[in-house]
Design a protein around this ligand. Structure first.
Ligand code: BDR
Ligand code: CA
Length: 320
């Protein structure tokens, strides 16, 4: 097998972000070089703390965690998660699971780390943001040439052909910072967009989490209880799904193996005005451009992804 590709995650850690982290750690094709943890499902401080604790739980305390943005580009005050988000991810962002291993030292700056890492990115770097795009947009604003040179960025966000999950128009990661998403999508950066169009097609069930509990490891128990919390929210809000959507793990999976999804090539923008603020659209001004910078996933090989998800996450959880 060829040597593993370098992966950088940008999480708002969050339950499905935690599952994405486990997917990455269970994937032999990649080596996780660092995690930038910012606001979104929780505050930036809580996201960093959760990420440190989860990495320790999963047996990888050596992987560095950087503190990402604490607010949207245009926000005056640091982000505090609204009550609806607290209900989904729990008070601590991990469905109430107490994970020891918190670090009391402030993690180093995610902005500096990203600027360095993306400037020196090799052609095969995998950078996967699964929260608001504030950190990436900040880096691109300071170094716009990166939009032309960075390898394709696979991100979780948006809803092109289905309704949003925060408003009828907007998906949560884009809704949290529409200006940042618009910077990222309109500068010509090559992206692979894993939105609700496909993430609602891949669902984790209580049968799956029961198997994690049976592993008999601390990580298996914590992840099973955490995911069951997420599933119980979906049972109330989206009972037709029969489980919880695997938003962020699908983005990591599609970065590693793009053949899991099939995509529409287009140029994207984000609506910034009301009433459709946060809506992903094909950019009317670039519709006829020969060059298309975005690939929007519209179909997914759900059985194959779920097989990979079960195998990889079980590998990460069984180790601890
Ligand atoms: C996205 O929003 C967040 O709540 C999840 O972690 C995921 O990244 C789904 O809309
Ligand atoms: Ca997320």
């Amino acid at each position: 097998m060829s040597s593993p590709r370098t992966l950088i995650l940008n999480l708002d850690t969050g339950i499905d972000d935690a599952l994405a982290l486990a997917y990455a750690l269970g994937s032999p094709e990649v080596e996780l070089a660092g995690v930038v943890a910012g606001y979104g499902n929780v505050t930036a401080d809580v996201a960093a703390r959760n990420t440190l604790a989860l990495l320790r739980l999963l047996g990888h305390p050596e992987i560095p965690v950087y503190r990402g943005a604490d607010r949207a580009l245009a926000a005056e005050a640091a982000f505090e998660p609204p009550a609806g988000v607290v209900r989904i991810h729990g008070e601590n962002g991990l469905g109430g699971q107490e994970v020891s291993g918190w670090c009391y030292a402030a993690p180093p700056s995610g902005a500096d780390f990203l600027a360095r890492a993306l400037r020196s990115a090799a052609d095969d770097l995998l950078y996967v943001p699964t929260g608001p795009l504030t950190d990436l947009a900040g880096t691109l604003v300071r170094a716009p040439e990166l939009a032309r040179t960075l390898p394709r960025v696979t991100l979780m966000g948006g809803a092109l052909t289905v309704p949003g999950n925060v408003t009828p128009f907007a998906e949560a990661n884009i809704h949290n910072d529409p200006e940042a998403a618009d910077v990222v999508l309109s500068l010509g950066l090559r992206t692979r967009v894993i939105g609700l169009d496909v993430t609602y097609q891949v669902v984790l069930t209580r049968e799956d989490t029961a198997l994690w509990r049976e592993l008999g490891t601390p990580a298996g128990r914590v992840f099973a209880d955490m995911a069951d919390h997420y599933i119980s929210v979906y049972e109330k809000n989206n009972p037709h799904l029969g489980g919880c959507a695997l938003h962020d793990p699908l983005a990591v999976a599609a970065a590693i193996d793009p053949t899991l999804v099939s995509c529409l090539s287009t140029n994207l923008r984000v609506e910034l005005g009301e009433p459709a603020r946060g809506r992903l659209v094909c950019d009317p001004d670039r519709l006829r451009d020969a060059e298309k910078s975005a690939e929007v996933a519209l179909t997914v090989d759900a059985p194959r992804f779920l097989d990979e998800f079960r195998a990889r996450v079980a590998r990460a959880l069984a180790a601890r």
